[in-house]
Design a binder for this molecule. Structure first.
Ligand SMILES: Nc1ncnc2c1ncn2[C@@H]1O[C@H](COP(=O)(O)OP(=O)(O)OP(=O)(O)O)[C@@H](O)[C@H]1O
Ligand SMILES: [Mg+2]
Length: 270
C-alpha cells in the first residue's frame, strides 16, 4: 500500500505571550491517503483554521510533526504539490492582478505558455460558475467575497495538487453554487487522486463529501474516524451537541439545544 499523502502527529500550536498563551491546537494527529477526504469540524475558535494553516506551514508548530509524502511540506505550484483555499479568500488573492492571471498563476510558474494557461484558467473559471469573459479581466479587488472564493477554488484546482487544504471553501456561497463546487472537489479527489482536507461547519456537506471526520473542541481532538461512525453514532457529548444543533426543517429554533458540554476527556480521543 502507498504511504499516506499527509501524516500529522501530535500537532501543537500556541499563540500569544508566555504570560497569556493561547494553546490553539493540542495534540491533533491523523493520516490522509490519496483520493480520500477528511472533514474537520468544530465550533468557532476550536482550532480548525489553525490546524489547516499549521499543516500548510503558515503558522509555526510548537510540537509535533507534519509530513507530506513522508517529508516536509514544500509549496510547489505545479501538479503534485500542496494548495490551500483560505477561509478569507479576498485576503488570499493579489488585489491588483487580473482574475485570469490569478487563476493561471500555478501554470505560468511551472512554464506553461501564457496563451495555454489563460485558456485553461478560462475553463476553470467557467467550472466554478464565473463567466471568464466577464470576470477574467476584472481585478481581484473588484470581486465579492463569494466570487473571490470561487476564484481561489479555480486556482487551487487548476494546480492539480496532491494535497488540497480547503478552509470553509463553500461557506460564503449560495446553496445552488455550493453543490457545483462540491462536485468539482469530489471530481478532483476521484479522478486525480487528490487528498482533501475539508474544513467546514456544515455537517451535511461533510457527510456527503468526506470518508472520515475530525471533531475539534477547544483545540483538542474530540472524536475522529469514519463519518458513518462519528456522525452516525457519536460517542462524545460535544459531537452529539454539534449534530443536534444542525437546524432541521420543521424544527423551531427554540428546540435546538444550546451546546453546553465539558472539555473532551482523554478516553474519547482516538
Ligand atoms: N494569529 C493568532 N494570534 C493569536 N490567537 C490566534 C491567532 N489565530 C487564531 N488564534 C486563536 O486560536 C484559536 C483557534 O482559532 P481558529 O481560527 O483556528 O478557529 P476556527 O475553528 O477556525 O474558528 P472559525 O470557525 O471561527 O473559523 C482561537 O481562540 C483564536 O482566537
Ligand atoms: Mg476558521
Amino acid at each position: 500500500m502507498n504511504a499516506p499523502v499527509l501524516e500529522v502527529d501530535d500537532l501543537h500550536v500556541r499563540f500569544g505571550s508566555e504570560r497569556e498563551p493561547v494553546h490553539a491546537v493540542r495534540g491533533v494527529g491523523f493520516t490522509l491517503d490519496a483520493g480520500t477526504v477528511m472533514g474537520v469540524v468544530g465550533e468557532s475558535g476550536s482550532g480548525k483554521s489553525t490546524t489547516a494553516k499549521a499543516i500548510a506551514g503558515l503558522v509555526p508548530i510548537m510540537q509535533g510533526s507534519v509530513r507530506f509524502h513522508g517529508g516536509p511540506v514544500r509549496h510547489r505550484p505545479g501538479p503534485g504539490g500542496v494548495q490551500m483555499i483560505f477561509q478569507d479568500p479576498i485576503a488570499s488573492l493579489n488585489p491588483h492582478r487580473q482574475v485570469r492571471d490569478v487563476v493561471a498563476e500555478p501554470l505560468l510558474i511551472t512554464g506553461t505558455s501564457l496563451r495555454r494557461a489563460r485558456s485553461q484558467a478560462a475553463e476553470a473559471l467557467a467550472d466554478v460558475g464565473l463567466d471568464p469573459d466577464i470576470f477574467g479581466g476584472r481585478r481581484a479587488r473588484q470581486l465579492s467575497g463569494g466570487q473571490a472564493q470561487r476564484v481561489a477554488i479555480a486556482r487551487a484546482l487548476l494546480a492539480r495538487p496532491a494535497l488540497l487544504i480547503a478552509d470553509e471553501p463553500v461557506s460564503g456561497l449560495d446553496v445552488s453554487v455550493q453543490a457545483g463546487i462540491i462536485n468539482l472537489l469530489h471530481r478532483s479527489v476521484t479522478e486525480q487522486g487528490t487528498a482533501l482536507l475539508f474544513v467546514s461547519h456544515d455537517l451535511s456537506v461533510v457527510r456527503s463529501l468526506c470518508e472520515s471526520v475530525l471533531v475539534l473542541y477547544r483545540g483538542e481532538t474530540c472524536e475522529q474516524g469514519p463519518c458513518s461512525h462519528v456522525l452516525g453514532n457519536p460517542q462524545h457529548p460535544y459531537t452529539r451537541s454539534l449534530i443536534a444543533s444542525v437546524p432541521e426543517p420543521g424544527r423551531s429554533l427554540a428546540q435546538v439545544p444550546v451546546a453546553s458540554v465539558s472539555a473532551p476527556d482523554s478516553s474519547s480521543v482516538g
